[in-house]
Write a protein that binds this ligand. Structure first.
Ligand code: C2E
Ligand code: CA
Ligand code: CA
Ligand code: CA
Length: 278
């Protein structure tokens, strides 16, 4: 515009305008993304430090938009949550995950699991428990193969209702993972109130584990505390061999990160599971 840069007020307005326009475009295109088959899922291997092998994967959604190109989930998941498009999109991720479990079982694999990310909007959807039951039944896949990752920062709202649904899912045999632990509204309180099987230590702690005595101390104590409560621990964002070795020495159960693999296609992920020696 002619007047842009004229004063701060104008710049501010332009920024807000551009942001809103981008969000509007994302929402508009996202509405059509499912039917256009623009959404797909990649899988990041999870490595068991005592098993010394890939013990499963995390399913992560991807969007290749015809109009907008590749859009990161960091950008479109919040829009999907705000618009509630996350409900059908999330259902697609559940089905893709269960389908891949089915394929692995068909090929003779047994000791594995696949984790998916569940938004709090989905958790509050009245059909969520039925969706999990129906989709696993449809493929004849036991819920024991499926892990559900939830983020603590989103649990605060209507916490009692959320706990009730998570307990139901756990009773059905799904495993519950508390994602991004150590960020947001962390509360040790959650460790006893939520039906958690696995806790995932946030990347920010893993990042400076080699440099910071404080981070090491925190991670060490989180692992010790979790184990005392019967909770297993995953460290995410592991990028270096020395981080793996340190995490192994303090009895961390699983690691995930670019050191072993970025999120990749299912086919590549399975090939890696067969070939990786740790
Ligand atoms: P998240 O659940 O914490 O997922 C981990 C993110 O860290 C992924 O980013 C992954 O690619 C990235 N990552 C993994 N290892 C490393 C590493 O060693 N170093 C670095 N720097 N990054 C690593 P991604 O795939 O872009 O996903 C970002 C976020 O989007 C996820 O964070 C999750 O909150 C959300 N998300 C992704 N897929 C889904 C989904 O299907 N449903 C929902 N509700 N949210 C999703
Ligand atoms: Ca996650
Ligand atoms: Ca995480
Ligand atoms: Ca996250």
């Amino acid at each position: 515009a002619k007047n842009s840069g004229k004063n701060r007020y104008q710049i501010f307005n332009n920024e807000i305008y551009n942001e809103m326009k981008r969000e509007y475009e994302i929402e508009k295109e996202l509405t059509k993304a499912l039917e256009r088959n623009e959404l797909y899922v990649e899988f990041q291997p999870k490595v068991g430090l005592s098993e010394k092998r890939i013990i499963g994967f995390e399913a992560l959604i991807r969007w290749e938009s015809a109009k907008l190109g590749k859009v990161s989930p960091v950008e479109f998941i919040p829009v999907a949550e705000y618009s509630r498009l996350i409900v059908p999109i999330g259902r697609f991720v559940i089905e893709e995950t269960v389908k891949k479990c089915y394929e692995l079982i068909q090929h003779g694999y047994d000791d594995f699991n696949i984790a998916l990310n569940l938004s709090e909007i989905q958790l509050r959807d009245s059909e969520i428990v039925n969706d999990f039951i129906n989709i696993t039944n449809m493929y004849g896949v036991s819920p024991k193969y499926v892990e559900i990752e939830i983020t603590e920062s989103l649990l605060m709202k209507s916490i009692d209702k959320n706990i009730e649904i998570l307990v139901k899912l756990k009773e059905l045999g799904f495993s519950i993972v508390l994602d991004d632990f150590g960020t947001g509204y962390s509360s040790l309180n959650y460790l006893t109130r939520l039906p958690i099987d696995v806790l995932k230590i946030d990347r920010s702690f893993v990042n400076d584990i080699l440099e910071s005595t404080k981070s090491r101390c925190i991670v060490e104590k989180i692992i010790e505390l979790s184990h005392n409560l019967g909770i297993k621990v995953v460290a995410e964002g592991v990028e270096e061999k020395d981080q793996v070795e340190y995490l192994r020495s303090i009895l961390c159960d699983f690691v995930q990160g670019y050191y072993y693999s970025k999120p990749i296609s299912f086919q590549k992920a399975v090939a890696l599971m067969d070939s990786l020696s740790i």
